[in-house]
Design a protein around this ligand. Structure first.
Ligand SMILES: NC(=O)c1ccc[n+]([C@@H]2O[C@H](COP(=O)([O-])OP(=O)(O)OC[C@H]3O[C@@H](n4cnc5c(N)ncnc54)[C@H](O)[C@@H]3O)[C@@H](O)[C@H]2O)c1
Ligand SMILES: [Zn+2]
Length: 378
């Protein structure tokens, strides 16, 4: 088990090793105060553009602005409508133009202050404005803290599918203040928890077992929360350092995501019906059951995964999504559109059991479709 059992101190640091693009992730309570000094460290001119959404701005925006002002940092705020639909061309256009209108210079910093939608959107904007501005990630959702703020994948969605337009653009720093999670709606907290479970399922059965034992303390914002966030960042940093541009092992981080993205697409990214982490939870359960069908994973491990996800209130079946169920052809359309498809054959992250995920090329679309038929009729 790789989770540190010592109490998390004032803060914990995880280093993402990427040569000249290496950076630190600071994790702890009350860390918003470090954002001012960090801007001065990376943008000596002391100018920052905060990109955020209405929820985060209302809950925490003023505290961040006070911190910047206390450090003599001048700032502007670009605020977008919360939710996945903001991760598309129209809002991207507005954010880029707003950054330019603020007279941002190349040496100024963008601060991505929000969940994964803001991190992906603001990071992609930073990657193209003036051919690349630096940016700091200050993730405020659990999902963004344990996953999307680390690793430098930025981008937006297309009507053709999720995350099809984007760039690799690493942040210069990541500040994770655990205190901001207090205002996160419980449903969003659960969705982020699904991504933490993912790290256990990929290659760390000990972490999965630790989560089975400690999820109560994670959900009650006890010390286990900081440990679980730090451990998740450590897992992600390790994978990203080994394969920054996803030519190999980084694809393991997509466990549950090919199915999950198809489910999100099939409900037209309607966050009322399904948020990303819920799609991933169902996707991970499906990946285990599909692996079981292909005789790779035991039925016991499938059950153990389902039980844990259900224990924290996450969905595990397509039928758990409220409203009309997506059809198999509709799901297959999204699966084939997924960027993990190469020349007609599908690449899936399958598993030999908890903590033993692997990359399987040449999965037949027919096999997947038949599996989904069975799932939807069970
Ligand atoms: N780049 C990557 O590597 C990567 C990895 C995983 C997911 N993602 C992307 O991340 C997105 C999902 O991220 P998300 O789940 O954070 O969604 P999100 O950004 O929409 O945030 C979820 C909701 O929580 C609200 N919120 C966030 N922080 C809050 C806080 N502290 N208090 C109150 N409300 C708060 C937001 O306003 C929003 O309504 C998806 O678009 C997904 O594709 C990217
Ligand atoms: Zn994800």
């Amino acid at each position: 088990m790789s989770v540190s059992n010592s109490d998390i101190n004032a803060h914990d640091t995880v280093r993402v090793e990427l040569d000249s693009r290496s950076y630190d992730i600071h994790i702890g309570h009350g860390l918003l105060h470090e954002v001012g000094p960090k801007v001065l460290e990376f943008a000596p001119g002391g100018r920052a553009i905060i990109v955020t959404d209405d929820h985060v701005n209302t809950a925490h925006g003023d505290r961040l602005r006070v911190v910047l002002e206390a450090n003599g940092v001048s700032h502007e705020t670009v605020c977008v409508t919360p939710g996945e639909p903001s991760k598309g061309w129209p809002v991207f256009h507005d954010v880029v133009e707003a950054i330019l209108a603020s007279h941002a210079e190349r040496g100024d910093l963008v601060i991505a202050f929000g969940g994964g939608v803001i991190g992906d959107l603001a990071g992609f904007a930073a990657s193209v404005v003036r051919r690349g501005m630096g940016f700091i990630q200050v993730p405020t959702s659990l999902l963004a803290q344990v996953d999307s703020s680390v690793g430098g994948k930025t981008g937006i969605n297309s009507p053709h599918g999720k995350n099809l337009i984007g760039a690799f653009h690493q942040p210069t720093h990541v500040t994770i203040d655990l205190d901001v999670l207090k205002t996160l709606p419980p449903r969003e907290f659960r969705a982020g928890y699904a991504e933490m479970v993912k790290y256990g399922l990929i290659d760390d059965e000990g972490f999965f077992a630790w989560l089975e034992a400690n999820h109560g303390e994670v959900f009650s914002h006890g010390n286990a929360l900081g440990r679980a966030v730090a451990n998740s960042c450590r897992s992600k940093a390790r994978v990203v350092a080994a394969d920054e541009r996803e030519s190999g092992a980084r694809a393991l981080l997509n466990l549950g995501h090919t199915f999950g993205h198809a489910l999100e697409g099939s409900v037209a990214y309607d966050g009322e019906r399904l948020v990303h982490g819920e799609g991933v939870a169902i996707g991970m359960a499906l990946a285990h059951r599909f692996s079981n069908r292909l005789n790779r994973c035991s039925a016991d491990d499938c059950k153990r995964v389902e039980h844990h996800l259900q224990a924290v209130g996450l969905p595990t079946r397509i039928q758990d999504i409220p409203g009309e169920h997506p059809s198999v052809p509709a799901l297959m359309e999204f699966i084939q559109q997924d960027k993990k498809v190469k020349r007609g054959s599908l690449t899936f992250i399958l598993t030999r059991g908890i903590g033993s995920a692997y990359i399987q090329n040449d999965v037949s679309p027919w096999e997947v479709a038949t599996f989904l038929e069975t799932e939807l009729s069970s």
